[in-house]
Design a protein around this ligand. Structure first.
Ligand SMILES: NC(=O)c1ccc[n+]([C@@H]2O[C@H](COP(=O)([O-])OP(=O)(O)OC[C@H]3O[C@@H](n4cnc5c(N)ncnc54)[C@H](O)[C@@H]3O)[C@@H](O)[C@H]2O)c1
Ligand SMILES: [Zn+2]
Length: 363
């Protein structure tokens, strides 16, 4: 387009899942969203942009402008922000909107926002007309490194998080590091929790290279590329979460329980940080991991101003963690760190969960 100068800093990660798609990472790529959407959805005549009110003001305009420029007529749905709205009412609102605007299977949904918007708009796209294409444009660090990639879409039910959803891969993911400039610091740090998770799971070297939030900010495009490459490798191996992909849940059993116990006052990334610390301490005390490794993880979380503990008791957390499990479920898969850069899936009796959490609450 005339007037737009393009820098050659594009990073591409291809994901071989679903029909196959690219994750494109480039500062400023938001302003080329239309061009990319038209390329991956050549038959589309409409784009439904779903975003929340915090994202709309700074970021919807360039996206929608370029969608129009690319010949797509743009319709827009604004959502209330927050995990408490990741529910069946909002999901139903998105479906009603897509129907009212008469989107067809050739058209495209554009999820512009954090993991909450991406999960819900993705689920709506996966189910509306039995599935129409969708594009993820993540605007939080957490969504860039994690939720926008891999095709897990979901909403929460009163019984627990992400209890209704679908596996449905996006047609494209566009990551624009510039949009992180408007992110509240706390939300940025939340994303750092998932970044550190990749280091704890797969790479000591990557973990060591991240010393504090500034070290992520300084090199954020590379950090995003490293994380999504790790996630891509796992998703390609286990798209439907039957084995290796479960490892991405490091810290999430306790983390989801903390989110629930706090009525979602504690955000996802912070809860996962505390959940990872709980698992690391439990792993060390139970002999799975050297104590100094667990302490290194704790220290790292502190350097990122992330919580390494929680106000809730082991009984409260175990009850919350089990509330969404079927009564017949006797075991649960815990992701247990062995050292920084390597974790193992350990199947435990569900009755032992409280003891694991209790063991990991403190030293
Ligand atoms: N599908 C998956 O594989 C997967 C993986 C990890 C997490 N998740 C889900 O992701 C969700 C958490 O995602 P999140 O942390 O992005 O939360 P979020 O979507 O609620 O975003 C956090 C806050 O930041 C605001 N925001 C977003 N982008 C902004 C920007 N650029 N500038 C200013 N404000 C902005 C939002 O309005 C919101 O208030 C959880 O529901 C979690 O379950 C899903
Ligand atoms: Zn997570």
């Amino acid at each position: 387009m005339a007037g737009k100068k393009r820098k050659k800093t594009l990073r591409t990660v291809h994901v071989n899942a679903g029909a196959g798609y690219d994750i494109l990472i480039e500062p400023g790529i938001l302003s080329y969203a239309g061009e990319h959407a038209a390329r991956v959805c050549p038959k589309a005549s409409k784009a439904a942009v779903v975003c929340d009110r915090n994202v709309f003001f700074p970021h919807a305009e360039p996206v929608e402008g370029d969608l129009w420029d690319a010949g797509l007529s743009c319709v827009q749905l604004l959502l209330e922000p927050g995990e408490e709205h990741k529910n069946i009412e909002t999901y139903s609102e998105i479906l009603a909107f897509l129907a009212e605007k008469r989107l067809t299977r050739d058209d495209v949904v554009v999820a512009l926002g954090g993991g909450v918007t991406g999960d819900m708009a993705g689920f709506a796209a996966a189910t509306y007309l039995r599935g129409i294409p969708y594009i993820q444009i993540p605007t939080t660090l957490l969504a860039m490194v994690d939720s926008s990639v891999g095709g897990k879409t979901a909403i929460d039910l009163p019984a627990g998080k992400n209890l209704a959803g679908a596996f449905c891969q996006p047609a494209l993911v566009l990551c624009d590091p510039y949009v992180l400039k408007t992110l509240p610091e706390r939300t940025f740090l939340d994303g750092c929790a998932e970044v550190l998770k990749y280091g704890a799971l797969y790479s000591r070297e990557f973990f060591d290279s991240l010393t504090d939030p500034e070290s992520v900010k300084k090199d954020v495009a590379r950090v995003i590329e490293t994380c999504v490459t790790m996630k891509r490798d796992v998703v390609e191996q286990d798209e439907f979460d039957r084995g290796e992909r479960k490892k991405l849940n490091l810290g999430h059993t306790a983390g989801h329980a903390i989110e629930r116990c706090s009525a979602y006052r504690v955000t996802h990334g912070s809860a996962v940080a505390a959940g990872m610390a709980i698992m690391a301490r439990a792993a060390a005390k139970k002999g799975y991991m050297p104590e100094e490794e667990a302490r290194a993880l704790e220290e790292k979380l502190k350097a990122f101003r992330l919580p390494a503990d929680t106000e809730f008791t082991a009984a409260e957390l175990a009850k919350a963690a089990m509330s969404d499990k079927k009564a017949s479920q006797r075991t649960i898969d815990l992701i247990v760190p062995r050292r920084i850069g390597s974790c193992e899936i350990v199947r435990i009796d569900i009755a032992d969960l409280q003891d694991w959490i209790e063991t990991g609450l403190t030293w």
